[in-house]
Design a protein around this ligand. Structure first.
Ligand SMILES: C=CC1=C(C)c2cc3[nH]c(cc4nc(cc5[nH]c(cc1n2)c(C)c5CCC(=O)O)C(CCC(=O)O)=C4C)c(C)c3C=C
Ligand SMILES: [Fe+2]
Ligand SMILES: [Fe+2]
Length: 358
């Protein structure tokens, strides 16, 4: 197909934003879950054991037993639009597209399953984006999530003859606008349900060995939690940071959320508010593990109720923040806003922060 000169020029005048997330099974059924886990857990960035040791375990016991057990859990959170993670990610894509305007195209890609990262990049190129910004929806950087997403993007680019320009966002764990959006969501939860006795901030765990080898994830989680507690003016005894969703018997980042929930329940906390500031979208690990399972565990330990504060999902404040974050990294590229507009967006964040302090 030959392009007119005007069309060819227009095609060089668009930017692309690729939203990256983890991925989720296509159905709450053992066969689909098995396909998903096989791809996910054979990623050497996720499980760092020697392949000759790990693959027989994965294809033996894990992919035989885990899919059936997980099917039950996935069915308990599945919605009319499918897996919550996918449905919410689609709405985030649409909301961000609407905010960034016609000179920026936004695509969604999942590290495991579909739409794949190769499909996402192809979609951006097909819409005329010659410059691509990778935006992983992981606030805290980890090699197990962020880096493997980047790897897959770089691997796809390595197969292209005509590569686009590339930028990437490694983390936004301490971005004031992200912290302000989290704090505002806790305050909205308090207005609706009353203020709980204690706030639990639960992050996905990773193997302790990752921290020892230099992964900054643990430190990013600590900083997010400290800044959120500060924004909410919480005293140290009013909140707890913990790590959830560990797999296997090795040591993972601690304290473990299940143990913290039991301890808090037994220590007289009645209403426990729980937030998962590492998840940009609700998913199995928040909706089933925290909101359902840890609520039951908290009650069994003597607590009153665990009230889960939803992820920021497609809330306008979250999408405004993501648009602002993308804009900052699009500077000088087509569709980026002027420094004046950037300054007024920054001023809006400062207003939100001041209203939190008031
Ligand atoms: C075994 C290694 C795993 C590491 C390391 C890990 C890190 C990690 N994961 C997330 C985000 C999510 N994980 C989700 C599910 C999930 N995670 C693992 C394993 C590891 N995660 C498994 C096996 C599963 C599947 C469910 C299960 O078996 O319990 C999800 C939810 C997906 C969904 O479909 O809803 C998310 C999101 C982060 C942020 C992270 C490291 C920082
Ligand atoms: Fe995980
Ligand atoms: Fe899990």
């Amino acid at each position: 197909m030959t392009l007119s000169p005007a069309e060819a020029h227009r095609q060089t005048q668009r930017s692309g934003v690729l939203l990256l997330n983890l991925g989720t099974p296509s159905a709450p059924e053992p066969a689909a879950i098995r396909r998903y886990l096989a791809e996910f857990l054979s990623d050497p960035r996720v499980v760092e054991l020697p392949r000759a040791l790990w693959l027989p375990i994965l294809y033996g016991i894990i992919l035989t037993l885990r899919p059936r057990r997980l099917a039950h859990a996935y069915r308990s959170i599945w919605s009319a639009e499918g897996s919550p993670l996918m449905a919410i990610s689609r709405r985030q894509q649409a909301g961000l597209q609407q905010r960034l305007g016609a000179d920026v195209v936004v695509a969604l890609a999942m590290r495991y399953g579909e739409p794949s990262i190769a499909q996402g990049i192809s979609a951006l190129l097909a819409q005329g984006a010659r410059r691509i910004l990778l935006l992983p929806l992981y606030p805290q950087y980890s090699a197990t999530t962020t880096a493997t997403g980047f790897d897959a993007a770089f691997a796809h680019l390595a197969s292209l003859r005509w590569q686009p320009e590339l930028r990437s966002i490694a983390s936004y764990h301490d971005d004031p606008a992200y912290i302000a959006a989290l704090a505002a969501s806790v305050q909205a939860h308090w207005r609706q349900h009353g203020r709980g006795d204690h706030l639990l901030m639960s992050f996905h765990s990773i193997p302790l060995r990752c921290l020892q080898l230099g992964d900054p994830y643990y430190c990013h989680c600590q900083k997010t939690a400290r800044l959120l507690a500060q924004a909410l003016q919480l005293e140290p005894q009013q909140w707890t940071l913990s790590f959830q969703s560990r797999v296997g018997r090795a040591k993972w980042l601690s304290p473990y959320t299940d143990e913290s929930v039991t301890r808090l329940g037994a220590s007289g906390v009645r209403q426990l508010d729980a937030i998962c500031p590492g998840f940009a979208a609700d998913c199995l690990e928040t909706l089933e593990e925290v909101a359902i399972r840890y609520d039951a565990q908290f009650r069994a330990a003597g607590g009153g109720a665990l009230r889960y504060v939803p992820a920021l999902n497609d809330a306008p404040a979250h999408l405004d923040f993501l648009a602002q974050l993308a804009q900052r990294h699009l500077q000088g590229w087509p569709g980026s806003i002027t420094p004046d507009a950037q300054a007024s967006a920054d001023a809006r964040v400062q207003m939100l922060q001041r209203s939190l302090e008031a």
